[in-house]
Each structure stands twice: as C-alpha cells, then as structure tokens.
Design a protein around this ligand. Structure first.
Ligand SMILES: Cc1ncc(COP(=O)(O)O)c(C=O)c1O
Length: 380
C-alpha cells in the first residue's frame, strides 16, 4: 500500500529530539523553531515527561470513559489552577479539530441556534464544523459547505455587530493570535466589544487557543492579554507535548447532560499522565515566563534590525511570546529552505510570505540569538 499523498514533504526524516533540537536519520542536528507545528511545548524527550508516559503505559495505557479515571480529575484540577479558570469544566478529546467541533456542538445545544461567525483567514481544523469555520474554500468539501458560517474582518466591530443583532448567531469562534492566518492579532477593544455583544445576544464566545494557548503567547492563554473571559476555550497541540490530546474548557453556565458529548479515546490514562507531566514542567521551569522573555527578545531584536535596514526583505515582525510572524516582501520559500538546508534551523510559515516561529517554550536566549544571527545571514 502507498501512503495517501496529501503532504508536500521536506526530504528529511527526523529520528530523535532533545529540548529544542532534533536530529535526522543521517545524524544532522537542527534547531527546532517550528516545534512540529507548535506542538512541542516542554521540549523534545523531556526526562520527566518520558518517565511519566513510560511508567503510565507500563501500568495502564487506556481504559474507557465508562469507569472513574482519577487522572482526568487531577488534570482538570491542575489545568484550572494553572490557567486561572478553576470554576470551568473540562471535556477531553484527541485533537484540535475535535475540540472546536465539540465546543460548537455544545454552543448549539445551549442556545438552539446554528449560525457561526468566524474571522477572515481563520483556521479551526478539518472536521465537519471546524473546517466550515475555517476561511479556506480549498479545504471545505461540498459535504461540509452547509452555510453555517459567516467570515468577518479582524478588529472591525461594525459587521460583527450587524450580524449579532440579528439574534440568531449560535457562536463566535476566534483565535486571538491567528496562526495559519499569519500571526494576526485581535485587539483588546475589539474583543471586549465582541464579548459584550455576545452576552447581549445570547451568543457563545469560543476562543480557539489550540495554537496560541498553553503558554505560547507568554500568558497561559492569548486572550488573557486582552482582558476578556470567553465562554469556552479550546486547547490541543502543547497540552501533551506531541501525544494526541485536545480539551474544551467550559464555563459553569453550561450544564453537562449524560451522553450529549462523548469519545472512545479522549482523556485516556496515558494522555492524562503526559498532560500532567507537561503542567509539572511548565510550572517548575517557568516556561510561560520564558516564552514571554525570549519572545520579547526575538521580536524586539528583529524589529530593531529591520528598522536599521539590517534585515533585507523583512517588512513586519509581529506576535506575542514564542508565536512570531516575520513578514517578507518576497515568498518565504527560499529563505525558509536555506534556513533548513544550510543553517539547519526549522521554522514554520504561513500564506506565501510569512515565516512563523513556534519553538518549544523552553527556547533559551542563546538559541534565540543563534536563530537571529543565522536568519540575518540567509537574508543578506
Ligand atoms: C488554531 C487552530 N485550531 C485548530 C487546529 C486543528 O488542530 P488539529 O490539527 O489537532 O485538529 C489547528 C491546527 O493547526 C490550529 O492551529
């Protein structure tokens, strides 16, 4: 059997990782400023994470959601404390798309409506409703194009107001820092007005923190920079450092109903043990603060260099913490490929001309400086 060939691949096979570094099958080392697409939160092969996963799988990897799972309860408790949403409820699944799918479903059970408002350039995943809320017609199959979603511009409240005043919108779903959309940031004023409108019109506000959350922005959640509490928060990627897991954090105003949501694998013992180890490491190593400090350094240094004319082709540097977009006036393809092939640094990208940095949250100042120097070399 052949693989179903949907991914354009670099000709590199990664074999092992440690911290912010990975090695290919020929022994070549790379600095990882991509984190396998914002997934590696606490660093590759962290010993505490390895030990937690290994000892759990040796004991019990999985049992179903039909019995008590104390690890799930512990995770809910610990996550609530870590992010400041202690009175919210946690529903666990296996991926980001599933988190959004369940959040939208729960919103619809709550207010009985079916319309969704989403941002232009949004990415929310590839399952039925999540992909419909994704502003990319190329990945919405005819079977998913069911007319539930209206896409509206970022930081321009009037069109949102006009739609919300119709009193028929089920949910607003929003990434406070758009990832795939090119590191575009929602303003505090816009989000506050949006929240007030949602409240006034019984619309559920969902913050998709799958990429920008879990410490990446330099606060636990990116919306926490903006002073607004959403009704639901979706998480995945960094929650278990590469083991597939997602979650929906649900405000107390939603009451659980037996059987309304469910999953076979979600919240399994192995994933919970990994996610608890991730929280241990985030806390003991101060990774949220590290993301803020190292991210600020990268953004301010690149911005200064851009203004001084030392970074040809760079026209904008934006982001928060370790979620950074570097916009070029040329396609990203050549500099990004040279970073990998010549300087052995992985980065992400978006659109045609944005280089995206999504490293593990343990990136050191030294590693950040290595990137800055080598990026300058590639652009020179
Ligand atoms: C903001 C955002 N939401 C949802 C998703 C979908 O997550 P998954 O690929 O785990 O389904 C992604 C994945 O890149 C994402 O960046």
């Amino acid at each position: 059997m052949e693989l179903f060939d949907v991914y354009p691949l670099f000709d590199i096979a990664i074999e092992k990782g440690q911290g912010c570094h990975v090695w290919d099958d020929k022994g070549q080392e790379y600095l990882d400023l991509y984190g396998g697409h914002a997934v590696i939160s606490v660093g590759h092969a962290h010993p505490h994470y390895v030990e937690a996963i290994s000892s759990q799988v040796a004991k019990l990897g999985f049992y179903s959601n039909s019995v008590q799972n104390p690890l799930q309860k512990e995770l809910a408790l610990r996550l609530g404390k870590a992010c400041g949403y202690e009175d919210y409820q946690l529903f666990l699944i296996n991926s980001g798309a599933e988190a959004n799918e369940n959040a939208l479903k729960l919103a619809s059970f709550y207010n009985g409506r079916t319309r969704v408002l989403s941002l232009e350039k949004a990415f929310h995943g590839r399952t039925s409703l999540a992909v419909e809320a994704t502003a990319n017609p190329r990945i919405i199959a005819p079977i998913n194009a069911n007319g539930h979603v209206t896409y509206l511009p970022i930081n321009d409240i009037e069109p949102w107001k006009a739609e919300l005043e119709k009193d028929d919108v089920c949910a607003v779903i929003i990434e406070c820092i758009q990832g795939v959309g090119g590191i575009r940031m929602v303003d505090a004023g816009f989000l506050k007005e949006l929240k007030a409108l949602c409240e006034a019109h019984n619309t559920v506000l969902i913050c998709d923190e799958i990429q920008c959350g879990y410490g990446r922005s330099g606060k636990f959640f990116a919306h926490q920079w903006l002073g607004v509490e959403p009704d639901m928060i979706t998480v995945a990627k960094g929650i278990c450092n590469g083991f597939p897991m997602g979650g929906v954090l649900i405000s107390p105003k939603f009451k659980p109903v037996y059987g309304q949501l469910g999953t076979t694998f979600g919240g399994n013992h192995l994933g919970c043990a990994g996610a608890l180890a991730v929280l241990d490491i985030i806390e003991s190593e101060g990774l949220v603060e590290n993301a803020r400090k190292v991210g600020e350094y990268i953004i301010s240094t690149l911005t200064e260099k851009m203004k001084a004319g030392e970074l040809p082709h760079v026209v904008d540097v934006r982001g928060r913490g370790l979620m950074i977009g570097i916009e070029l006036d040329i396609p990203y393809k050549e500099p990004r490929t040279r970073l990998i092939k010549e300087e052995h640094i992985f980065t992400g990208c978006s659109g045609t001309n944005v280089i995206r940095l999504l490293p593990p949250l343990c990136l050191s100042m030294d590693e950040a400086q290595q990137f800055i120097d080598k990026f300058g070399k590639v652009l020179a």
